[in-house]
Design a protein around this ligand. Structure first.
Ligand code: PLP
Length: 355
């Protein structure tokens, strides 16, 4: 990581909470590690980052984030290898993306050296919260919120950049059932779909609740104007295997440009799997399901790495997917995890030692 002069101010916790945590029985995102980082933007400048014990903080009820949703976030993970070294996976991608998201929400960009110096220190302080072993990691949640007081509808002049972390076990390990969206949309042309903007997620909960009431787990969003093209899931990009070809939609201003997605596309190329990055039509996938050519659908994202889709609903018809030998999904998940846990060579230089 970058050498830097900026050093966060640190207030260490007096008594770690780590002994109270049952690491074999974690609910994703519910438990936070001992420390958190925050850095305020005041008078046009990011102040010195602070690392303090994780805990509640005071914000006035009139803070703009509560009224106008100026908030963006990231999701990344730290992994511990067998020699107790802690690794990040393509962290510069998350850093660049949070600034891309911020820019769209009129939030000032965060300096790279502040980000990496703080993250590094935070991980060093909380390294015991990164557990070794398959599926274990420390989930890292950087985010930015608008903190200026006053309910006038305009961009804030104060912000808070924060990083909190939570220990995570394998997430979403069960296969999921999905529905292809025909009514609601996640994102529109010219909108904020490509940003990890908080509001994108809030707006998905209601349609997802309706899908859950029908026994489905998640929605595969389609393009907002015609609902004819498959775009992505709520927190994951999506891949289809038709015959031996791997299909995924190209990113656009409605689709989040996922790090897992781009890594899988690269791994496919490395392994001579034909990957087609073109618009994926609902019709094509439904027909492939009917003819038996549709072998797999899987989601790809940091939280879950790869999740198998066991079937999908479209036009009130549920299509079961076959269970194939040597699924691509399993192969990509294992290939990614081998790199993330530093078990194999990393030809693309994706992993970065945390400290
Ligand atoms: C975060 C996210 C993804 C996955 O991105 P990764 O960088 O792979 O974690 C995909 N789609 C949406 C909508 C997301 O928020």
């Amino acid at each position: 990581m970058n050498n830097t002069d900026i050093q966060p101010d640190i207030t260490e916790i007096k008594n770690s909470r780590i002994d109270q945590v049952d690491f074999s029985n974690l609910q994703f995102g519910k438990v936070n590690a001992d420390h958190m980082m925050y850095c305020d933007y005041i008078d046009g400048e990011w102040q010195t980052p602070k690392i303090v014990p994780y805990g509640p903080m005071e914000i006035e009820p009139s803070a703009k984030v509560f009224h106008y949703g100026q908030a963006v976030f990231e999701g990344m993970k730290a992994f511990k290898d067998e020699n107790d070294q802690v690794w990040l996976f393509r962290p510069e991608q998350n850093f660049e993306r949070i600034n891309k998201s911020s820019k769209r929400l009129a939030i000032p960009e965060f300096p790279e050296d502040y980000f990496f110096a703080s993250l590094k220190k935070l991980l060093e302080l909380d390294k015991d919260w990164v557990k070794k072993g398959e599926g274990n990691s420390l989930y890292i949640r950087p985010f930015v919120i608008a903190t200026e007081n006053g309910v006038s509808a305009s961009e804030s002049d104060r912000y808070r950049f924060m990083i909190i972390t939570c220990p995570a076990q394998a997430y979403y390990n069960k296969p999921i059932k999905v529905i292809f969206a025909q009514e609601y949309s996640r994102a529109a042309d010219g909108g904020v779909g490509y940003a990890k903007a908080a509001g994108n997620y809030g707006a998905q909960f209601y349609p997802t609740k309706l899908a859950k009431a029908k026994g489905l787990d998640q929605i595969i969003w389609t393009d907002a104007s015609s609902h004819e093209y498959l775009e992505e899931a709520g927190t994951m990009n999506i891949f289809f295997r038709v015959g031996d070809k791997l299909l995924t939609a190209p990113t656009n201003d409605r689709i989040l440009d996922g790090v897992t997605r781009k890594s899988i596309i690269q791994l496919a190329k490395d392994n001579d799997i034909e990957v087609v990055v073109e618009k994926v039509s609902v019709k094509e996938i439904v027909n492939a399901a009917k003819s038996g050519e549709l072998k797999e659908i899987f989601g790809a994202g940091t939280a879950a790495t790869v999740v198998r889709v066991e079937g999908f609903e479209y036009d009130d018809v549920y299509h079961d997917l076959p269970i194939v030998d040597e699924p691509y999904g399993t192969f990509f998940k294992k290939s990614l995890q081998d790199i993330q846990y530093n078990r194999v060579e990393d030809p693309h230089g994706w992993t970065v030692k945390a400290f």
